[in-house]
Design a protein around this ligand. Sequence first.
Ligand code: TYM
Length: 336
Amino acid sequence: MSEAQEKKKIILSGIQPTGVFTLGNYLGAVKNWQQMQEDYQCYYFIADLHSLTVHIDPKLRKQQSLQAFALLLACGIDPEKSLIFVQSHVPTHAEMGWILACCSQFGELSRMTQFKDKSAKHPENINAGLFTYPSLMAGDILLYQADYVPVGADQTQHLEFTRDIATRFNHVYGETFKLPEGYFPKLGARVMSLQEPTSKMSKSDTNPNATISILDEENVIIKKFKRAVTDSEMEVVFREGKDGINNLMTIYSAVTGKSLDDITSEFAGKGYGDFKAAVGEAVAEELRPVREKYAELMGDKAELERLMKQGAEIATKISSRTLTKARKKVGLYITK
Ligand code: TYM
């Protein structure tokens, strides 16, 4: 790392490898990660340990990690500029997660919306990992002394938790962690389902028309937008109660850079059909290079593995500094 890079503010973020990223992941997170690479020292990782909270076929999990790593690169995350790694390749995360789990209270973990939602949805698998998930996530962030954490709006509570834990740890044991700030995109922080626009677009949605995957073919994308749920009015305007149209306008604006007012003018006097077709085409166009690059990258597994190893080595070195500090602070015995 050059001296200039060392002085830049640190950005850190992660994404779970649970299936192909959605347009929500892309607009709410990864597209912004790509744009931050010039101005910040960026660390991005595949959160595979977090994904263990959901039980799937191990062969599929393994394949998904490789695919997610390739997707990050396909979205323009450049290993020459940013550090990219797989969480389980860097053993400091699990240890820091445990140290922080021991500083997390049952009450505060019980209040996490994601925990409550996921346990309500899957009562058959409320595992301890799901419960201590925020402690592991806090460890991911604090290990790297991150200044900013770019995430979608659904992760706000986990970030606040991270700040609370860091503040508590620093208070009890002395200054150890930097307090990270959230970094939310102006547009796209909450991309909603195309079929149920009051819920967020999610990889786990069982209705395929609700979600755009960033590898969907052009005609599939256009068809899904045509079927998007809207309302019985005719006006393309951002207004309370028009959840479907608000979502489509947000997506169109995030992709084209046009303001919401400009979009309203552009479609004045036209029907929803024209608007939906335009959104579909703009999204398909935006994602075309990602699809093409992904296909190319998946053809060279050896190179992907080389990059994974390179990332893991650097990440282990950087994160070990904070882990050693934290171990000493809590009184773990360290031999000379
Ligand atoms: P994950 O994998 O669920 O999502 C990755 C990123 O995508 C954002 N996102 C969305 N943004 C807008 N609209 C949506 N519909 C939408 N769906 C997802 C998420 O906010 C996130 O930024 N816990 C994290 C992974 C993680 C992490 C970390 C993130 C683990 N450790 C440390 C930051 C820092 C998660 O499950 O993200």
